[in-house]
Design a protein around this ligand. Structure first.
Ligand code: NAD
Length: 397
């Protein structure tokens, strides 16, 4: 989606739970001050919705708004503990079939001193709909429990195609497939086979594969050697927190949940209940998500203005939130926000390179196995012992 007009672009805004409302207020204030021309449409989701008695955590009005806008900025959502509710995050991904989570991990200009590996510049792409996140867990007899790792060929092909398409859109050189096929010969072996087939089709982009354990080691010894990574849901969840740690931590990394019709932009971190409501949270991760969103909708000048102002504030170092401040005594969320807005008058919005370009979906095969259908299929196809087991779909985050 691009827009060169000055008309306001409607974007669904999910202010989220915990620190969500604080960081979304900060980010929308900065984006508005940059003159991005975004019309924020607030949408309810998560904790308050669960508490109001809606077990989905995702009201129909929110679904309608996101579908209409095609693009959303989403602050973190809490999953209620102890109840039977599924995560509103997982429900969002399933509702809009955002099959790819795209997680760039590059050191932010100005944060070089905070990153263990200043040269890291990789993009991790995680399958977002199936694998262990189907939440099919079963308690069997004699104290045995089972969780189902189910990967369909169609969704595996789609995530591999998305990885090569994203690599092409971003001008990247190599895609690395990650699995554990030496042990999981059917599920992860299938991932490898499909990855290799797709790699052969994408001329001009190099491809290689590595086992997930070896990848974990290489990520903390030679992370600069990775370019684009593609992997299944659980490995991607774990490795993307690891790659966030390489470049400054959860407080500074953004993520895109990408489907054919909708793109949800969010921070990698959660609701940070330990600091919620205290005006302490770092809005940088959600702000970076907003910069990716502005690139996605074609508001390039505002995106450059924000990223340069942010870099200036981070480099000057006198107004950092406590997660980044050297002595742990940082400024408040609102002081950080004011400082970034003030810094915008000292930077140019001209030139520069967009951080995100949506891939062409022409090369990505069509709709297949939405995870609700896959879950129902698996329930029907399972051995009787598992079907009779009491376990229901579990929560996943
Ligand atoms: P978390 O990411 O919320 O917090 C981990 C640590 O990082 C905490 O110490 C927290 O204070 C700190 N932190 C996180 N974001 C920060 C920020 N912006 N500024 C400063 N410090 C920050 O992880 P958690 O505590 O494991 O999860 C809390 C809740 O968030 C859970 O309910 C979980 O399900 C949910 N969650 C939601 C999402 C999402 O909506 N995408 C992602 C992960 C976790």
């Amino acid at each position: 989606m691009t827009s060169n007009s000055t008309d306001a672009i409607p974007v669904a805004l999910l202010p989220g739970d915990g620190i969500g409302p604080e960081i979304s207020a900060a980010v929308t204030e900065i984006v508005d001050a940059a003159g991005a021309g975004i019309e924020w449409i607030p949408c309810a989701a998560g904790e308050r919705v669960f508490r109001g008695g809606d077990p989905t955590g995702l009201p129909a009005a929110t679904i309608d708004t996101i579908r209409r806008c095609g693009v959303a900025l989403k602050a973190p959502l809490a999953t209620p503990l102890g109840g039977g509710e599924r995560s509103a995050n997982v429900r969002l991904r399933e509702t809009f079939e955002t099959f790819a989570a795209i997680r760039p991990a590059a050191v932010l200009p100005g944060l070089e001193g905070h990153a263990r590996f200043p040269g890291v510049d990789l993009v991790l792409i995680r399958e977002n709909l199936e694998d262990l996140y189907l939440g099919l867990e079963y308690g069997l007899d004699r104290g045995v429990s089972v969780a189902l790792k189910a990967n369909s060929q169609t969704n595996t092909r789609r995530i591999c195609q998305a990885a090569f398409a994203v690599a092409q859109a971003l001008g990247r050189r190599r895609v690395t497939g990650i699995s554990k096929s030496n042990i999981l010969k059917v599920t992860d072996g299938g991932f490898d086979r499909i990855f290799d087939e797709e790699a052969a089709r994408w001329k001009g982009i190099e491809a290689d594969r590595i086992l997930v354990d070896a990848a974990a080691c290489r990520l903390v010894t030679r992370p600069e050697s990775f370019d684009v990574i593609v992997t299944s849901n659980l490995y991607g969840d774990i490795l993307s927190d690891l790659t966030a740690g390489l470049v400054g931590g959860l407080g500074v990394c953004a993520s895109i949940n990408l489907g054919r019709e909708v793109a949800l932009f969010e921070a990698v971190h959660g609701t940070a209940p330990d600091i919620a409501g205290r005006n302490l949270a770092n809005p940088t991760a959600l702000l970076r998500a907003a910069v990716l969103l502005l690139d996605h909708v074609g508001r390039f000048a505002a995106a450059r203005r924000i990223e340069r102002a942010l870099a200036l504030v981070l480099r000057e170092g006198s107004a950092l939130t406590s997660d980044l401040a050297a002595n742990g005594a940082g400024v408040s969320t609102s002081d950080f926000t004011r400082t970034v807005i003030a810094a915008m008058s000292r930077v140019s919005a001209e030139g520069g390179t967009p951080q995100w370009r949506a891939p062409s979906f022409d090369a990505i095969e069509g709709r297949s196995w939405p995870s609700g259908e896959l879950r129902d299929f698996l329930r029907g196809a399972l051995p009787t012992a598992m079907k009779q087991a009491a376990g229901q779909a579990a929560r996943a985050g």
